[in-house]
Design a protein around this ligand. Structure first.
Ligand code: NDP
Length: 278
């Protein structure tokens, strides 16, 4: 029997997850279906309950439901616990399990495809929302030497640094970044703000970009983001958008559900072509 999966969100029509999981299923010979599930803004729990009652086996969860998914899960992985958010739900005989694969997806994309070693790396993490929180533990587990979180609202950066409870992590507002940066340079810059393709690059000092091995933007699209363009202008060795993170987080969800890890490189290449042609 075909096992049912879906991505739940609001809005959801734009989601590329069905295309990604269809390719994973073909590649690994898994008999699954994967659809888009639009939940009313006040109807997350009812929509998930109905999906489960109809035999659904698992869900990816996207904006704005990751916190509600966290509450819905009776058991959670340590990385979901650290992120305070769930992007993957698995339903089985033991009940509901919640995981967060966003952070490990980004770490895999950076250390695997992009070949940037995270051990000993000095990281500037720009943004302090859900995505930033999700990548913090995986960055630390990968051996980052330090993570400075800089955010438009300084209090959120301080709060996130406090939650991390790790001496390698500090937080500040954009205005204090020059001071907090100290004399050293960053090897990795991650843009985890939700500023889109048509917004300006985050207001971080030019000096932060200089000497970086990689500037990584979680946002993705058909053209380089303002953050990527600024980083290139200022001499960052390499820039990347977050499409690889999207594919890697999906692969980790697929592995959790099906017990088999799909190859991500051909899927990423196909998604890149689709986005370029859209
Ligand atoms: P949140 O809404 O939780 O957080 C948004 C963050 O962006 C906050 O830190 C906010 O600052 C900051 N911000 C928003 N607008 C601006 C701006 N104009 N200038 C500077 N800072 C700004 O969003 P998420 O953390 O969930 O998502 C962040 C981004 O990451 C989104 O674009 C999302 O699509 C992307 N993402 C990509 C994934 C992938 O697989 N590639 C996976 C998950 C997320 P403040 O606190 O001051 O409001």
């Amino acid at each position: 029997m075909t096992d049912r999966y879906a991505v739940i969100g609001n809005p959801i029509a734009h989601s590329r997850s069905p295309a990604i999981h269809a390719q994973f299923a073909r590649q690994t010979g898994q008999d699954i279906s994967y659809e888009r599930l639009l939940a009313p803004l006040d109807g997350f729990v009812a929509t998930v309950d109905a999906f489960r009652a109809a035999g659904g086996r698992g869900l990816n969860v996207t904006v704005p439901f990751k916190l509600q998914a966290f509450d819905y899960a009776l058991r959670r992985s340590p990385r979901a616990q650290a992120a305070g958010a769930v992007n993957t739900l698995a339903f089985d005989a033991d009940g509901v399990f919640g995981d967060n694969t966003d952070g490990v997806g980004m770490v895999r994309d950076i250390s695997g495809r992009l070949g940037v070693a995270l051990a000993g790396c000095r990281v500037l993490l720009v943004g302090a929302g859900g995505a930033a929180r999700g990548v913090l533990l995986p960055l630390l587990e990968a051996g980052a030497a330090s993570v400075l979180i800089a955010n438009r609202t300084a209090a959120k950066a301080h709060h996130l640094a406090g939650v991390a409870d790790d001496s390698r992590v500090r937080g500040c507002g954009f205005d204090a970044l020059e001071h907090e940066r100290g004399a050293g340079s960053f090897e990795l810059l991650v843009n985890a703000t939700s500023a889109g393709l048509d917004d300006a690059a985050p207001p971080i000092p030019d000096a932060c970009y200089r000497g970086a091995r990689l500037a990584y933007d979680m946002v993705y699209g058909a053209r380089p983001t303002p953050f990527m363009l600024r980083a290139s202008e200022l001499g960052c060795a390499r820039v990347s958008d977050g499409l690889g993170m999207l594919v890697e987080q999906a692969a980790e969800s697929f592995r959790l559900w099906r017990g088999v890890r799909p190859a991500t490189a051909p899927v990423l290449q196909r998604m890149r072509e689709e986005i370029a042609g859209a």
